[in-house]
Ligand binder design. Sequence first.
Ligand code: SAM
Length: 225
Amino acid sequence: MDLQIQNRPLLDLYALLLLEEGARTNLTSKADREALYQKHIVTSLAILRALEDACVTLSPALDVGSGAGFPGLPIKIVRPEIEMTLLEATGKKTSFLESAVGALKLDGIRVIQARAEDLARDPEHRGAYNLVLARAVAPLPVLLELTLPFLAPNGVLAAPKGSARQREVAESASALATLGGTIEATLPLQIPGPGPQQALVLVRKTGPTPDKYPRRPGIPAKRSL
Ligand code: SAM
């Protein structure tokens, strides 16, 4: 990958922290976990590369449903100038994220434990981000309700998607019209090695999101727009 990578030693440290954490919680072998984490890191950097190639404004950024930090944390490590917020609903995962951010000694990053449906009602966060990232969190019509309220006018949601993306995009027309979004592009992700072809769906915030969205926690997934 011919991406300009800063802080490569920090990426290695992050991979090590993931391995240690995975050893406590995961039954797969160390070699499998190592390959998996490397793949997640490479995918995160492929997302960054696609965004930079498309000249998307990268800061401030919010990673919704960040899990163990993908894709927001590797992106923050190699582009430390980005103001990054990692949002995750599960306390066990935010504890790991907080300890990783501390160990990596990163500035300009915060970890928030909350549901997107709740945080999007907080005036400090609603309409506050130029970029929202979300990987493997929900099908696109649901994801739009969880993420578009966070975007500033003209901001971008970047959602990596696999083979279901055409169907998900086709099913998103009503959510896009309701929430003020427009599909701007689908960018190929350059991820070496085997595995399904992935692409980055970019959604631009082209209109206001009505105050009633997102609906209560759980409702966007139960009754997608
Ligand atoms: N993005 C990470 C990755 O690609 O490895 C994690 C993906 S994991 C399959 C989905 C994560 O999204 C879980 O950690 C889950 O707790 C979180 N999540 C799901 N719905 C959420 C919501 N409404 N608000 C905040 N986090 C949510």
